[in-house]
Structures are given as C-alpha cells and as structure tokens.
Design a protein around this ligand. Structure first.
Ligand code: BG6
Length: 824
C-alpha cells in the first residue's frame, strides 16, 4: 500500500477509536483515562490489520461458462476463497466469456449455486460462505481489446475505492487454443496490473499438436508473457497421489536408495483406464486421439517423476525441472513397434454423426494405446516402462505401479503363510491415482518391502477393507496410506497458482522435450489402423499386449473384424513390399521408415553372416548422427543371429569432442547398440579424437594412428560394409562441400572442418570408403527431399557434393531412402 494510503487508513482508525471512546465516556469520568490505552491499542491493531487485509487479487476466468469451468474451475476458485479469505486476502472473481452479459450472468448464477463446501462445513455456514463468494463473482463479456481495457480500469477502480493494494491478477484460459493469441495480446496490451503487482496466466492443454505447433504456440505466447508468468496446467500433477511421488521418494530415500533401479525393478506401469468414450467430444478427439490427449502429457509427466534422478533438494522447482529434462534426454526414441493401438468400435460412427462425415468414413484415430518406453541410463537400462490408456475400457482407474523383481522361490504353499510376510508375495509400490477398487487416492507399499514414511499431517494409514483386492492381492498386503483430506486436482493447482508455486506446472522446455519424444511416433503411426474393440467388459483379452524384445504386440491375433472398420480399410502403401528402383545408377530401396530400417538391418546381418563364413570376421564402419539410431536399435533388439563376436566396429567419422560428450558419434553407438549386444571390446575401434587430453591436435597424429589400425586389421583397407548418410548440403561422412580434404589422395583418414558445430571432425577419406565391398547410404526424412532430388541429377562432383563421389572401386553401392526423403 502506498505510504499515503497507510497514513490515511491509520488516521481514520485512530479517529474512529477516539470517537467511540469520547462518545462512550466523558473525559472527566475516572474510567476515561483508564480506557485510553485500550482505545489506542484497538486503533493501532485496527490500523495494522487494515494494512494486512489490503492485498487484493483479481481472478479472471476466461471461458467461464464452458464445461471445464462448470465442472472444476469454479469449485476450485471457491475452495481458494474458503482457504484464503480468512487469512486476510481480498478477491474479486470475474467470469468472462463471449456470451452476451445477461445470458452469461444467468449461466454463471447457476454454476455458483451448485458449488459445494467441504464435508466439515455446516450447511448454514456453507450458505453464508457461498453467498459471500457469489457477491464477489461477476460475469463479464470479453470480446474486444476495449473490453479488456475496461475490465482493467474497473479492477483499478475497485482497488482504489476500497483502499486496497493490488497484489496481482490471474487470468485462467479455459478456452480453445486458437483463441490464445488474441486473448494474450489483449491482456498484454490492456490488462496488465501496475508495476508492483504480478500477472499469472494459466493455460490449459492442448499445447500444440506436435513439436512444431507446440513450438509455434510457445513462441507466440512467449512474445506476450514472461516464462515465470505462465502456468501450463497438467491437472494430473495436481492429483494427490501423483503430487506425492517426489516427496515420497525424498522422504524414503534411505529405503529406496538400493531399490529404485534396474537391479531391483522388474517394470513400471503408468496406467489410466477409462470407461467413458469420446461421444460428444469427437471434434476434439478426432484431431488428437489418446496419445496426444493423455499419454504425451499426463502419463509422460508421471513417467518422468518416477524415472528422473532425485535432486538433493526435491522441493526446488529449478532442480526438479533440470532433472526432469535429463530424464527426457535419456528416453529411447519410440518406433512404430513401440506401440499397440486400438479404437472402440462405435467411435467411427460417433465421428460420422457428430462431424457430419460421409457414410463410409472410417477414422484411424486411436482411442486406446499401449506404449513401451525405455530409459537409456544406468539406473533404468533394460527396465520396461509401460504406458497405457484407453476409452471404453472395462474399469475406470489410474495408477503408477513399480513392480520389483522377485528372486525368491517358496517351497511352502500359501495356505501356510498366515501371519507371515512371505518373500514370495509380489513386491510393489503403487501410487494409486483414483477410482478403481479403492475409489480414492493412495500410496501403497508391499509389507515385504519397508514401512514408508509419509507426511504425517496430510497422509494417514488406511483402515482395513477386507473386500478390496489390488492387483490380485488383499489390501492387507500393503502399508496403505490415503490423504487426510481429499482434494480435487484443480483446487490444488489453483491454490499453487495463487501462491506462485511453479513446480506443479509445465514449463516451455518441459513441454517441448515431451513433444520431441512423441512427435516421431505420432507421425509414424498417422496411417496405422488401430485394432477395433467392442468396449467395456466385452473387450475380454483383445487388448492385452506383451513385449517381444523391444517391441509391443497384442497377445491375441487380430480376430475377424466385428464390423468393417479401419482394420479392414484397403492396404496402405506400407503393406506392400519395399519399392526397388535405381538412384544414380545404383540399386535403391525405398520404403516407410520402419520397413526401410528393418530391410537395412536384414541386409547388414546377411552381409555379416556371409563375411564371417568366408573370412571369419566382419568389418563394419558406421556413421553417427540421428538417422542410424533407429538402425542401431533395430540391430540391438531383433537380430539375435548377428555374429557380433566376430564383428569389428569402426567409425566412419567422429566429432572432435571428448568421448563422453553427447555429441560424440561413439557415444551414440555406445548408447544405442554397444550396450545391448556383446561385441568383444578389442573389436571396437573408436576414432582417436581425444589424445593427451587434446582434441584432434595434428601433432597427436590421431588420423594416422587410425589409418594404421585399419591397415593392420582390415585386408586391403577394404571394409565389408560402410554405412553412410547424406547431409542436406550433400556432405557424407565428415567430408564437406568446398573443402578439398579427404576427397582424393593417399590419406585414409583425415581431419576436416565442418560448417556447423562442432567444427572439427575426423573422417574416413573418400578413396578409403570407395574401397569397401559394400556401401549403404541411408537417407531419411523430408528435410532430405531437396538434396535427394538435386543429387539424383548431378554427375561426379565430390567438391560440390561429396556424396556424388561415392563410387565403390569394385564393391556395391545401395541407397536406402524412406518415402519422405525419396518422394517428399
Ligand atoms: C483429460 C483428457 O486431460 O483427462 C480426458 O482430455 C480424460 O480425455 C481426462 O478423460 C482424465 O482425467 P481425470 O481427472 O478424469 O482422470
């Protein structure tokens, strides 16, 4: 409060106190002087209290008459009022929408009437509190920038009139994302509070449709608001069991230290099953589907809370974010085989009806998905994380279940175990999000593990419920805790927003990291026909799935179609054989990415088997970068017959960075292949870019040393197979346009300069590559379309396009291109 207002307020309260004093007692009355100090005290208290009571917060709910607002947000705001008004906070609530004032006011009045108080508030008191809240809540039509300006003026006037201090404004966007930009612009230009008050804007998903759209939206919003002003809601982070994951890991560090890792965890399941379907929401759902609706956000957030390294200070949002981002980086890229998809049978009909589609229309949007995720770090290597969600399933339940390995074998039958905690029982930790058998949130730890510590004031042990069975076990198998006071997710999050607690919200970096992870899979699945399922209990075992290697597959074969559906749609191009043609007069294999990678991996395995049979060993030189990652994963996962023990692995090129640097090609090979297959370490030949703690120093003669190693081990310097890529500028290996190094001459290995960072590279030379028995060039993605077209037309011009210099002396060259690179 400005000092002048403080003075005015205090003078007023002092005058009031003396006025009361003088009107009740005459100065000559003996009690007058006795009571004077009391009056002064009362006045000062009043003055202080007045000062404390003066903070005012305006909350503007945009989309105030929409579904989310009606169902959760108004109730959450009411809860905030109940929790905070008594602590001296002043509020005004503005329900805003495009609806005309009278109509809007009517809807709002109904919503406010339906609000409820917590169970422990008596009905009379509840009615009184509701009345107060209703008086503070008004409807406003907000359409134009002028409307926002008028709102701002009104808020300022209110604060002035009441002699309050404006603490801040919260704008809650409960509107479709296409409306975000206009509203954001209006708020930024006309509705920001004064310099001493904060602004918080709350955003609801969807935050984009894929990486690019999310990035665009983030950039757009970033031009109006600071990062710290934005609160992106993922309401699952407000669910009590989810919010407890990190505190639980923190409070039970000692017990979990040895357990929370690949040696002990069998698998992690993150599950959200729903019984409702998408009827009435198909205009949204048809565009998003289950992965974008639930997995990319809610389930991924939960996954990272389980998988991330626990910061020393688990309450620091900066540290949590940093560790979360690291967890994202460790997620292994998803492939088409990482997913199984389903669609409830009535879905297409609902879409046809609600979206006025023609009779024959069959949607490909999945309403069910199971995804297998791997976290490639030391803690989680090899542990499957299963994410699963679907509509129209047999039950509604959400949970995260960490299932531990069980090495015990019990000789005695279960009947004899009474009162005994047998080591044979499943060992698990479950964060039970809600619904299901328990019907409420809970944290459960198998009694054979340890007795957990939970925050005493807010979590309590659950009472015995003999009728409840979880994952086939009675509740008594667990130490089971539930929240003392259940609170819905939105109320929790609204309270966090009010208190400026950013740790329960999605930052831009976090959001983009999630889209980086999901976008390739979503693109790969865009034309995939989901398996149809009848819905509810009738689904039987139709949607059960299992992992085979690093792939997921339904346990049951596709049954006869129940009705003609997407599964019976005409075959897509990917159902055909790979396309064979020529490119630059050499064989070309073109296919969808998965088939392409599968074909290349098969061809490499065939070449390996042949070489080992003939010469006893196979010399394979591999490129780095992103395209071969899927190939490495494929080789690691599905090629059990590969003669790894007789394979020598060489690098085609390397960046001049230390071997532990994530940019290092060797590091990529290590992460995606070497960790998963057994290649004798003396058969692995990283490029010596890091010698004497220096990077690619000429005088260390690393390139010469590599050339000597090749000459010593590879007959005639002729690799059995060299895998290359093609850059958008026509570079291959680390041989770049307009740079003469390595394009001809005697040198087998050279140091080169790249136009992009890291600039210094080591590379096999063109003459050495051309000595290979087979050269495979892998080209993937639409970014390669232009160069693919260009290179198809140019002659032998390695100085301009080094890739055009690939002409094996006596070996074979084969191009492997996905349709995006080849056809655009
Ligand atoms: C929403 C999805 O984010 O989460 C819905 O859009 C889904 O499709 C809902 O039903 C599930 O949330 P809850 O809180 O009902 O479990």
């Amino acid at each position: 409060m400005p000092p002048s207002q403080v003075v005015t307020r205090c003078t007023l309260t002092l005058r009031l106190a003396f006025h009361v004093q003088c009107n009740t007692l005459h100065p000559r009355h003996p009690g007058f002087w006795k009571m004077l100090p009391v009056a002064v005290w009362v006045a000062l208290l009043g003055c202080l209290q007045a000062q404390e009571l003066q903070e005012h917060v305006s909350i503007i709910l945009l989309g105030a008459t929409g579904d989310l607002a009606k169902k959760y947000l108004w109730q959450g705001l009411f809860q905030l009022y109940l929790d905070e008004a008594g602590k001296g906070h002043h509020f005004s609530f503005h329900g805003a929408a495009l609806t005309a004032p009278e109509q809007g006011q009517e809807v709002l009045a109904k919503v406010l009437e339906s609000l409820s108080c917590p169970k422990d508030v008596a009905p009379d008191r509840c009615a009184e509190l509701k009345g107060q809240f209703q008086r503070l809540s008004q409807y406003r039509q907000l359409k134009t920038p002028e409307d926002y300006l008028a709102l701002s003026k009104d808020m300022e006037a209110l604060v002035q009139r009441e002699g309050l201090r404006e603490a801040g404004r919260i704008f809650y966007f409960s509107v479709p994302p296409f409306a975000y930009a206009d509203i954001a612009r209006s708020i930024n230009s006309s509705c920001r509070p004064g310099p001493d008050a904060w602004l918080r804007v709350v955003l609801e998903k969807p935050f984009g449709h894929d990486y690019l759209s999310a990035q665009q939206l983030a950039e757009e919003l970033g031009s109006f608001f600071q990062e710290e002003e934005m609160y992106r809601v993922d309401h699952y982070l407000g669910k009590q069991a989810v919010a407890q994951i990190l505190p639980f890991r923190d409070q039970n560090r000692k017990a979990l230290d040895g357990l929370w890792n690949r040696h002990h965890v069998e698998r992690v399941e993150v599950v959200l099953k729903e019984t409702l379907d998408a009827e009435g929401r198909t205009s949204f759902y048809e565009e998003y589907g289950v992965i974008r609706d639930v997995l990319q956000n809610h389930l991924t957030e939960i996954l990272t809370l389980v998988a991330m390294e626990l910061p020393h200070d688990a309450s620091s949002s900066a540290a949590v974010l940093q560790h979360k981002l690291q967890a994202f980086q460790a997620l292994r890229g998803l492939r088409r085989g990482s997913a199984v998809l389903g669609q409830y049978q009535a879905y297409s009909e609902q879409v046809r009806r609600e979206l006025h589609k023609p009779d024959g229309f069959q949607s490909l949007t999945p309403t069910f998905a199971g995804i297998l995720v791997h976290v490639d770090n030391l803690r989680w290597e090899g542990v499957p994380f299963i994410l699963m969600s679907g509509k129209a399933l047999d039950e509604r339940v959400g949970y995260v279940r960490v299932l531990f390995k069980n090495r015990a074998f019990c000789a005695q039958s279960e009947k004899q175990w009474v009162g005994d905690r047998s080591r044979c029982l499943p060992q698990q930790i479950v964060f039970y999000i809600g619904h299901g058998e328990l019907g409420s949130p809970a944290v459960l730890v198998s009694r054979t593990l340890f007795r957990p510590a939970l925050p005493a004031g807010s979590w309590k042990e659950l009472e015995a419920r003999p009728e409840v069975r979880l994952f086939g076990r009675p509740l008594s198998d667990f130490y089971a805790y539930g929240p003392v006071r259940e609170q819905d997710a939105y109320s929790t999050l609204i309270s966090h927003i009010f208190h400026g607690r950013k740790d329960s919200f999605i930052t831009t970096e976090n959001l983009l990291a999630s889209w980086v992870f999901w976008t390739p899979l979503l693109e790969g699945l865009a034309r995939e026909a989901p398996r149809l399922y009848p819905g509810g209990a009738e689904n039987g075992h139709l949607l059960d799935f299992e992992f085979r290697g690093s792939e997921l597959a339904f346990c049951l074969q596709q049954p006869e179609q129940l009705v003609p559906g997407p599964g019976s749609a005409p075959p897509r191009p990917s159902d055909f054989q790979v396309l064979r043609a020529t490119y630059r007069d050499s064989p070309l294999v073109a296919a969808w990415p998965e088939e392409l990678i599968a074909k290349l991996a098969d061809d490499i395995e065939a070449a390996a088997a042949k070489a080992v049979q003939r010469f006893g060993q196979f010399h394979l030189a591999l490129s780095g970068g992103s395209s071969p990652v899927a190939l490495f994963q494929q080789l690691a996962a599905g090629h059990y017959g590969f003669p790894w023990a007789h394979t020598h692995l060489w690098l085609v090129d390397e960046r001049c960075v230390p071997p532990w640097d994530p940019e290092s090609n060797f590091q990529g090979l290590q992460t995606h292949l070497l960790r998963h297959v057994w290649v004798p370490h003396y058969n692995v030949h990283p490029m010596p870019v890091h010698l004497r703690r220096r990077l690619c120093a000429e005088e260390d003669r690393g390139a010469q040393a590599y050339a000597e190693e090749i000459s010593a081990l590879v007959t005639n310097g002729s690799f059995d197979l060299v895998l290359l890529g093609m850059g958008t500028d026509g570079h291959t290996a680390s041989l770049f346009p307009q740079s003469p190094t390595g394009l001809d001459g005697e040198q087998l290995v050279v140091l080169t300069e790249s136009p992009v960072k890291p600039h210094h590279r080591m590379s096999l030379s063109l003459p050495l590559i051309n000595r290979a028995r087979k050269v495979a060039v892998l080209v993937m993605g639409k970014l390669k379309r232009d160069i693919t077209l260009l290179v198809s037309r140019v002659g032998h011009q390695p100085k301009k396009w080094p890739i055009s210099g690939i002409l094996p002396d006596s070996g074979q060259l084969v191009w492997y291109m996905d349709y995006e690179a080849f056809l655009g």
